[in-house]
Design a protein around this ligand. Structure first.
Ligand SMILES: Nc1nc2c(ncn2[C@@H]2O[C@H](COP(=O)(O)OP(=O)(O)OP(=O)(O)O)[C@@H](O)[C@H]2O)c(=O)[nH]1
Ligand SMILES: [Mg+2]
Length: 245
């Protein structure tokens, strides 16, 4: 029998003190096949990092990567992916720590990996959706994905989501450390590179809920970054067009 793949969850946190403990417990319960959770905390002022240390001391499946300052989601993921790869992970899951991504959806995302190299939790395929978001937030997300899809000419419906599972080879080929984006554009570019490199991408319907506790970190600059980076991705995309070796 083949050995079970080693699966790690990378969980970026910034001021998630009221969510983190419940979230790690819920994920470990719903997806016991997870080999470990790597919390990547950017020195959250609300003490999330200390909570993470306590959780790690209590449960050997939990580990913490402390970073010195808030640098944005992209760099936090890059650091987390690097650590997960160095530790030999075969599958690397990423999700938000604010319960917008349902811990009970993790097993479905993992199941999709039997026929995919990259599985995306998707709000914009049949069966997916968003919860009680305001009209503006809804429109930005929806039209952001359409905007990116039209520029990039790829069939993915939800390009900006942050609930994903990568096969390690994908991260080795697309080199997220060279993406540079901080916000949603990071999600778009990693998926775009994977598509151009010929990897199999599957969208798994999810319902995304608004964060229940904690403050929103969505900002105008993150949306603007995505708007200007997407056309640049298209221009530079050719170099990623190769099939994985
Ligand atoms: N390490 C780290 N984590 C971050 C940073 N920015 C956001 N996060 C975390 O990344 C995940 C997604 O960020 P959110 O702030 O929920 O972004 P969003 O879902 O677009 O917006 P809101 O839910 O409205 O705040 C959450 O777990 C955050 O705590 C950052 O700069 N560094
Ligand atoms: Mg959120």
């Amino acid at each position: 029998m083949a050995a079970a793949p080693s699966i790690r969850l990378v969980l970026p946190t910034y001021n998630e003190a009221d969510n983190l403990e419940r979230l790690t417990a819920a994920v470990l319960e719903s997806a016991p096949e997870l080999g470990g959770i790597l919390i990547v905390d950017d020195d959250s002022p609300d003490g999330t990092g200390r909570i993470a240390d306590r959780l790690a001391a209590e449960d050997s499946r939990i580990e913490v990567l402390h970073r010195e300052a808030k640098e944005g989601l992209g760099p936090a993921y890059v650091a987390g992916f690097r650590r997960a790869l160095d530790e030999g992970a075969d599958l690397i899951v990423q999700m938000d720590a604010d319960f917008s991504h349902d811990p009970d959806d993790v097993p479905r995302l993992l199941a999709a990996m039997s026929e995919a190299d990259l599985a995306l939790g998707s709000r914009y395929v049949a069966g997916g959706g968003v919860g009680e978001w305001g009209r503006l937030r809804r429109a930005i997300s929806r039209w952001g994905s359409v905007y990116a899809r039209l520029w990039l000419g790829i069939p993915i419906r939800d390009l900006t989501g942050g609930f994903k599972c990568y096969r390690r080879e994908v991260l080795e080929v697309i080199r997220p450390e060279s993406v540079g984006a901080l916000g949603y554009a990071f999600q778009v570019e990693t998926t775009y590179r994977a598509q151009l490199a010929g990897f199999r991408i599957v969208e798994v319907p999810i319902v995304f809920s608004d964060r229940r506790v904690g403050e929103s970190k969505m900002s105008r600059s993150i949306v603007a970054e995505a708007a200007f980076r997407v056309p640049l991705m298209r221009l530079r995309g050719r170099r990623w067009s190769r099939r994985p070796g």
